[in-house]
Design a protein around this ligand. Structure first.
Ligand code: SF4
Length: 290
């Protein structure tokens, strides 16, 4: 198997076969992200990807699911990506799921036919980085898309019948913009009505521009208590239906899981318990392995 480091995947894809269809991220400008800063984005040759899939079959036998890396695989031409997905399905007919990351900047440019083609080929789920629904925050972190663009892209994914899993980034508004970050993120999520909402909590790695801003005092990082207040406002504002809320990431202070809308009060109670016991739940995080 040929991998070009570093390789990232969602925590829930830990058991999946990872195939790099693209390398790096075609945007690579978000100021909070250090994931692919050392990689130049490129699309791998379809024949090389197919060869990896055949080799994986020999090495691993059967597999449960397939994750197509790297950072924004949906930026690929739809026909090429559909060819890869169809081939993956042919080599691994037992696979229960094929998934990839997909950002709004690239999904916005996909036609309904292109997305339908990906669904038909066997793409089940797209992990979508919303991060924030607040336009001021989105612009300041150079996400490259405003909240309307986010909503439009998400609706296209859902319309194609592909499951939508949305990542949001608690703490991205810092101490100064946390409330508008939370309120507008709830607003945008309500308009998207995703299948999954997956919060992560900002953890700045040296080398990313927002880390430098935090060091110089330009960006005031949110405290654990502020993050919990943000989560409280967010959960209280969500009006999505039939959506799983899953804080399945090591960066989060507390695990908050539930089905929306019915588990909202239980999840809010967990958040309030953390706010009442900050010494127990909101201490410093040492995520050096991130
Ligand atoms: S957050 Fe996503 S879109 Fe932004 S630079 Fe990182 S991988 Fe690319």
């Amino acid at each position: 198997m040929r991998y070009e480091d570093p390789v990232f995947r969602p925590p829930c894809e830990a058991g999946s076969l990872i195939i790099q269809a693209t390398l790096g991220c075609p945007h690579n400008r978000c100021t909070f992200c250090s994931m692919y800063k050392m990689k130049k984005y490129r699309v791998r040759e379809v024949e090389d990807i197919k060869a990896d899939l055949r080799q994986a079959r020999k090495l691993y036998g059967s597999i449960e699911s397939i994750f197509l890396a790297d950072g924004n695989t949906v930026a690929m031409n739809c026909n090429k990506l559909a060819e890869i997905i169809e081939y993956a399905r042919y080599i691994f007919p037992e696979a229960k799921r094929v998934s990839s990351y997909g950002g709004a900047r690239f999904l916005k440019g996909k036609s309904p036919e292109g997305l339908a083609r990906l669904k038909e080929a066997g793409l089940d789920i797209i992990y979508f980085g919303l991060e924030s629904g607040d336009d001021e925050v989105l612009m300041s972190v150079q996400k490259g898309v405003d909240s309307e663009g986010m909503i439009e892209a998400a609706r296209r994914v859902k319309k194609a019948g592909i499951a939508l899993s949305v990542y949001i980034l608690l703490g991205l508004g810092g101490e100064d913009h946390w409330r508008q970050h939370a309120e507008n993120t709830a607003r945008v999520l309500n308009a998207m009505n995703p299948d999954f909402i997956r919060p992560r909590t900002l953890y700045l790695m040296p080398g990313c521009p927002l880390h430098e801003d935090a060091q110089s005092g330009l960006f005031r990082e949110a405290s654990g208590e502020t993050i919990m207040r943000e989560l409280e406002v967010l959960l209280a504002g969500l009006r999505v239906g039939d959506c799983l809320f899953m804080s399945d990431h090591i960066s989060n202070y507390i695990p908050v899981y539930g089905q929306l809308p019915q588990d909202r009060e239980r999840m809010l109670a967990s958040v309030r318990m953390a706010l009442e016991n900050p010494e127990e739940y909101l201490g410093p995080r040492y995520l050096t392995h991130l």
